[in-house]
Structure formats: structure tokens, C-alpha cells
Design a protein around this ligand. Structure first.
Ligand code: GUN
Length: 281
């Protein structure tokens, strides 16, 4: 049997701590911390994510500036908005919700966010600083995973860590954070040979591939720490992760559930990054 890593409880604890720090900041500086959230189009999932981010801001005392542009918005209109936010004194962090409609040049738009306001940690400067183990703003999901490991006393130092997935948002920054924490890191993806054996060698297994219940018990070492970043639907339409939780929990020493694991930590780290961006300004 494994210990459940309770992301919901940890997120609540960190948000309560942040609320106090943010109140002290606002009192001292005589201004509110501001996060600008830009949504373009009507993607239902993005609308839910953005709503949750704005609500979370309110709860900890961050002022949110919400911009919802129509799906047919012109490139120059989105660019003009992001440029204006980039130079606004009220705005400490800028988040452009992805994916953007296909006719827009997402890379060009994201490049208009100054690295100091890039609270998603997506910019080349922040990613590069992370790779070089310098001060940076770290992508929210992998940052949240590191906080969970820390909270449960799991030190990656000297351990074999396997990251399943190589996305710019999760897999790659996750691997860099684990390297910086002195783990021996392997990154797997769809072309990896003998994936099962590689995963079965992991002391810490972080799964972010977006395939429901992909990681089965035979891919997990007895006593491994299993972190599930997935948000999928099973054959009955029920929310589940990338890990076959019911069977894997019998072998793992620690495991994150879905929902209630990594998910609540992601928005918490966005709030944290916004606070850090304001404090460093
Ligand atoms: N779309 C899905 N996840 C994310 C995220 O973490 N940040 C942004 N900006 N867009 C997303």
C-alpha cells in the first residue's frame, strides 16, 4: 500500500501562506499584485481553466485583469494588447491561455511577454535560466510536482527519476528540475524502446503523456514514487490520470491521485509565480 500525496491539501496550505505574504506585500507597497489573463476564442476547456485561475487570484488577494478576445481576433490586436500589458505598472504577471486559435502566431505573441512577467515560465530566457540552474520563473506544473516531493520528504538526490513525456510545458522543465535536484534523469517519449523496462527502473516516475491509465503496475518498481500529471477520461467518461491508479497504488510507496493530485498544485504555483514576479520587480 502506498501513501497518497494529497495535492488538494498541500495547495490549500500553500495558498493560505501566500495570502498572508500577498497581504503584507500590498500593505508595504500600497498596491495590489496584478495578473493579466488573456483568452482568445471560445474553447470550453480554456474558458474553465481561465475562470479557475481568476477565482484563485481573488482568493489570495491578487488582482486579475481578464481579457477575452473573439476567436477571429487579428494578430495585431492580440500583439497590441500583450504589448500594452507588458509595459503596464499594474501588471506583474501576464498569462496568455494556450492553445491560441490557429491563425495566430503563438510564438510571436508569447515573445512579447517580458521574461520578468512570464508567470507561466514558458519564455526561452526562463527555460534557459532553469537549464543553467539560475534564478528563473519555473513552469507551474513541474514546479508544483517539486513542491509535492519536498512536502512528503522525498529527496530526488541520487535517485533514478524517469519522466514520461517531453513537452515544453511539463516533461522538459520537469527533467531539468530533477537534474538540478541531483537525480539521475531519463526522459521517455513515444519513440523510446523498451519503455516498460525503463519505467520499471525508476525510483521516481513522473507521467505526463496524456493517455488514460497508460502506466500499468508491471511498469512500476516496488516502492517507487509515482506522480501522475495526466487529466484524461476513462472508458466510462470518468476523470482519470495517465496511471492505472488502482493497481499501481499497491506497488508504489507514494502516489498522486487524479483528481486531487497535481491539478490543484498547478494553479497554486501560478499564484506563487505571480507573487515572486511582483516581489522581484
Ligand atoms: N493551456 C494549458 N495549460 C496551460 C498553462 O499552464 N498555461 C497556459 N498559458 N496555457 C495553458
Amino acid at each position: 500500500m502506498s501513501t497518497l500525496i494529497d495535492g488538494k491539501a498541500l495547495a490549500a496550505k500553500l495558498r493560505a501562506e501566500l495570502k498572508e505574504k500577498i497581504a503584507a506585500f500590498s500593505e508595504e507597497k500600497g498596491r495590489q499584485i496584478g495578473l493579466a489573463v488573456v483568452l482568445v476564442g471560445e474553447d470550453p476547456a480554456s474558458q474553465v481553466y481561465v475562470r479557475n485561475k481568476i477565482k484563485a487570484c481573488e482568493e489570495v488577494g491578487i488582482r486579475s485583469y481578464s481579457y477575452h478576445l473573439p476567436a477571429a481576433a487579428q494578430e495585431q490586436d492580440v500583439e497590441a494588447l500583450v504589448s500594452e500589458l507588458a509595459s503596464s505598472d499594474n501588471v506583474d504577471g501576464i498569462l496568455v491561455q494556450l492553445p491560441l486559435p490557429k491563425h495566430l502566431d503563438a510564438e510571436k505573441i508569447l515573445r512579447l511577454i517580458p521574461p520578468a512577467k512570464d508567470v507561466d515560465g514558458f519564455s526561452a530566457e526562463n527555460v534557459g535560466n532553469l537549464a543553467m540552474h539560475r534564478e528563473s520563473i519555473v513552469a507551474c506544473t513541474p514546479f508544483g510536482v517539486m513542491k509535492m516531493l519536498e512536502e512528503y520528504g522525498i529527496d530526488p538526490k541520487g535517485k533514478s527519476a524517469v519522466v514520461l513525456g517531453r513537452s515544453n510545458i511539463v516533461g522538459k522543465p520537469m527533467a531539468m528540475l530533477l537534474i538540478n535536484a541531483d537525480a539521475t534523469v531519463t526522459v521517455c517519449h513515444s519513440k523510446t524502446r523498451d519503455l516498460k523496462a525503463v519505467c520499471a527502473g525508476a525510483d521516481i516516475l513522473v507521467v505526463a503523456i496524456g493517455r488514460a491509465k497508460f502506466v500499468t503496475a508491471d511498469m512500476v518498481k516496488e516502492g517507487a514514487v509515482v506522480i501522475d500529471v495526466g487529466m484524461d477520461r476513462d472508458e466510462n467518461g470518468k476523470l482519470c490520470g495517465d496511471v492505472d491508479f488502482e493497481n499501481v497504488k499497491e506497488k508504489a510507496s507514494f502516489i498522486t491521485p487524479v483528481p486531487g493530485g497535481v491539478g490543484p498544485m498547478t494553479i497554486t504555483m501560478l499564484l506563487y509565480n505571480t507573487y515572486i514576479a511582483a516581489a522581484r520587480r
